[in-house]
Design a protein around this ligand. Structure first.
Ligand code: TRP
Length: 439
């Protein structure tokens, strides 16, 4: 049985690393689908500028600042409504690095050794005959943990990403599992929502469009530059009039990413009919321009008003922190970063309760009175009794709770109370273990 009976809204979360100027691949693969998802009513979206991640790849401060502005403006120009979603900058949320540390402590070093990006860097060093870790920062090594914190902080269910990021989501899932196992159910297990089209948008040279291949078309390039870049897309040498293959044609695939099905079909026909490459490029230019031109205007207006974007991001950070701050507090509590006066300080985790079920613990205090408490499988205190004069009285109260479950709470008012942060519903659920309801 699933513990939650009412379905909660699905939460989507995605970030873009702020190291460059958004290109058509980012638009098709990330910006456009996120904006579309943010319009769905049953979805809660978190979109953010991953500027801590940017520091791993880029040591040019001005470039990081500029990229943050450009990516934020692109998202907004593409129609992201900051009222509907939570739109923020990673580095405005101090709870993210704080959570990163907690996750660091439950992540195996061996797991990170196997992360694709780190492994590729090591392989490259080895091929070059260098020390395996030459020029590799701990930041690169820790990249997946920081990303895990991004995802787990907001209890995201779905993380829309390209194929290259799937391993990171799996790692975040493992961190959540491990943490939950050690400290109780705090994290939602995230899943990758793979955008098939992301991996597929080719760049100028036919390989995946990517900053690292230097084959990108900037999303908001001025029309003349857009035309020029499109003219540079690789084609084969077939002459006008000769039928052309859509298979493996970068030009065709980019067109398809912007066009409707009938438009795509029309270009497919034109290929078969031997359209000249120059004419096909003109069609592509016009099609992209039609979609991008209105956004480009909004984009430039936004870029010229950085203060406005800054205000939006600040508002977004406040909104994000209404979730992050209390959640981080809960997590600190869970791992034992607690105020010394709090009751749990006196009750170190006992190995015997790690059985997967709640348990009553009876004990006697220096004042001579008899107490009990109810703890869950992770030794978290759920309920605390007052001091009884005899062990029999304490035992009687326990047996009432075991037999009658939460119904006994009323009768025991003043004698037992829920622990801090534990609701009556939590208690009822734990007590059900002893007094299963028959229906
Ligand atoms: N690593 C992602 C990329 O380079 C960016 C990112 C950072 C991210 N944190 C995230 C994406 C959390 C999804 C969820 O594309």
């Amino acid at each position: 049985m699933h513990p939650e009976s009412t379905p909660s809204p699905q939460r989507f979360l995605t970030g873009i690393t702020t190291t460059g100027t958004p290109h058509l691949g980012n638009f098709v693969g990330s910006i456009r689908p996120s904006v579309a998802a943010s319009r769905l009513t049953h979805v809660q979206s978190y979109y953010f500028l991953a500027d801590y991640h940017a520091l791993i790849k880029c040591d040019e401060p001005a470039r990081i600042q500029r990229s943050t502005l450009e990516i934020a403006a692109s998202w907004l120009a593409a129609g992201l409504d900051p009222e509907r979603v939570t739109f923020y900058r990673q580095s405005d949320i101090p709870e993210i690095p704080e959570l990163t540390w907690l996750l660091t402590c439950v992540t195996g070093k061996g797991v990170l050794n196997r992360a694709h990006a780190y492994k590729a860097a090591v392989d490259k060093n080895q091929t070059a005959g260098n020390d395996p870790d030459a020029d590799i920062s701990v930041g690169l090594f820790m990249y997946p943990v920081l990303m895990g914190a991004d995802i787990l902080m907001f209890k995201s269910h779905q993380v829309p990403v390209g194929r290259d990021q799937v391993q990171h989501i799996e790692m975040a899932r493992d961190m959540a599992l491990r943490f939950n196992h050690l400290y109780g159910e705090h994290f939602v297990l995230p899943e990758a929502a793979i955008e098939e089209s992301v991996a597929l948008l080719p760049g100028l040279d036919g390989r995946k469009m990517s900053k690292s291949y230097d084959n990108t078309i900037p999303l908001f390039a001025p029309p003349e530059q857009l035309r020029k870049l499109i003219a540079g897309i690789v084609t084969d040498s077939r002459a006008p009039g000769e039928p052309k293959d859509v298979e493996g044609s970068a030009l065709f695939q980019i067109y398809q990413a912007f066009a409707s099905a009938p438009e795509t079909q029309a270009l497919r026909q034109a290929y078969a009919d031997g359209i000249a490459w120059g004419d096909a490029k003109q069609l592509l230019f016009e099609r992209i321009e039609r979609e991008v031109a209105p956004m480009r205007e909004r984009y430039h207006a936004l870029i010229n008003d950085p203060g406005k974007i800054e205000n939006l991001l600040q508002a977004g950070a406040s909104k994000a922190r209404t979730v992050a701050t209390p959640f981080m507090q809960e997590l600190r509590q869970a791992v034992g970063l607690r105020k010394l006066g709090s009751r749990a300080a006196a009750t170190p985790k006992s190995k015997t309760v790690k059985t997967g079920s709640p348990a009553f613990k009876q004990y006697r205090e220096k004042n001579g009175k008899f107490y009990f408490k109810l703890v869950d499988a992770d030794a978290r205190m759920l309920l605390q009794s007052h001091g009884f004069d005899s062990p029999q009285e304490a035992a009687l109260a326990i047996s009432m709770l075991q037999k009658e479950g939460s119904a006994a709470l009323a009768a025991l008012e003043g004698k037992v109370m829920a622990a801090q942060g534990i609701s009556v519903a939590d208690l009822a659920k734990a007590l059900q273990f002893f007094a299963p309801e028959v229906d």
